[in-house]
Design a protein around this ligand. Sequence first.
Ligand SMILES: NC(=O)c1ccc[n+]([C@@H]2O[C@H](COP(=O)([O-])OP(=O)(O)OC[C@H]3O[C@@H](n4cnc5c(N)ncnc54)[C@H](O)[C@@H]3O)[C@@H](O)[C@H]2O)c1
Length: 378
Amino acid sequence: MRVVESPPPAGRPAASNLRLQATERFAHRYGGRHAGGGRGIPALSDGGTARAQAMTEYQGLRCLVTGGAGFIGSNLTRRLIGSGAEVTVLDDLSTGNRQHLQDLLDLQKAAPLRFVEADLRSTPLLGELVAASDVVFHLAAQVGNVKSIAETEADAATNVMGTVRLLRACRDAALRRVVYSSSSATFGEAATLPIAEDHPQRPESFYALSKWTAERYAVLAHELWRVPTVCLRYFNVFGLPMEDSEYTGVISIFFRRLLAGEPLTVYGNGDALRDYVFVDDVVAANLLAGLHGAPGRVYNIGSGKGTTVVELADAMREVTGRDSATQFAPARAGEVRRSLADISRARAELGYEPRWDLRAGLRAMWARVGVMNRASAS
Ligand SMILES: NC(=O)c1ccc[n+]([C@@H]2O[C@H](COP(=O)([O-])OP(=O)(O)OC[C@H]3O[C@@H](n4cnc5c(N)ncnc54)[C@H](O)[C@@H]3O)[C@@H](O)[C@H]2O)c1
């Protein structure tokens, strides 16, 4: 087992003082431990206000982000630090990359970020890390349907047993919220659209099954142990950093192909429907859930808008100004055909409001991907 830690930032206020201030502030606003959350708190009708409010309320809160060196986790960590939170990242770097946070780690004095390189499944530090936190964001997972079919035990070990181990550690801690990153993969093929939270869940891969099982553990951990868990079921998340892996989403693959002048491959007839949600909106949902989520509750997090693969290819050609052709290939087994989130619960109870539409998110990505590409070509 390997545990590597960055030193704590020098010159930082004592954690105990920050903890006291944050805890008092939180208790004043939301009641004590395991307060009613979204159901006890007046509904937030304006997503913009709720979002801005959430940003300020993380000032001085101590947050643990498992999987914080990954795609979504690094974006979340960055936003928490920007909001004045003290963050500890726990990540074994199996797919994550320390480079995603390196600029923050280099700013040791200014950024209250601690990096613990360790495996969630075995680290002896877990209890200590949880006990020193106000909010836990649990994103660490082995991600990918295909990978789970090849590496089933590792998938179950991290996604199920790693989550159970974390929840057990949370059992006796005075936490405000534990936000679990679940997945729309748990639904399987949708019977009706848009997909509401109570749509039947029929996982069709071991990955989806492991995420679903861990989600059930999280909900029951609230019922049986009073752990204040909130589950967020993400739909198709896109944004930077794009990872170089076979599990990279279609958007990352299309960007690479557009840059290389290669055709965009569409499987089937191109009418597969997806709900693409920009990573900034997923981060905002986490911040809101960490403050306002009702313990034991599950929320869909998507954009609420459906896009076919053919529409996606058109949008990406438009945004990049590149004209790679579309090439059609036989449909791939094991992929759901139609997915679209009903986000009305998150809107009503969390004050979640997606701010990024597909083209705006693609433009933000292209602004950086295009520049990086031009720099590496010159
Ligand atoms: N990306 C999406 O579209 C999407 C959709 C639905 C749900 N999710 C969920 O969101 C979460 C984050 O996904 P992501 O896309 O950022 O994936 P990612 O692979 O970039 O991030 C996962 C992180 O967990 C770390 N990790 C894996 N196993 C670990 C272990 N045993 N101990 C400690 N760290 C470990 C990895 O190194 C990585 O940094 C996951 O729980 C995933 O299931 C993602």
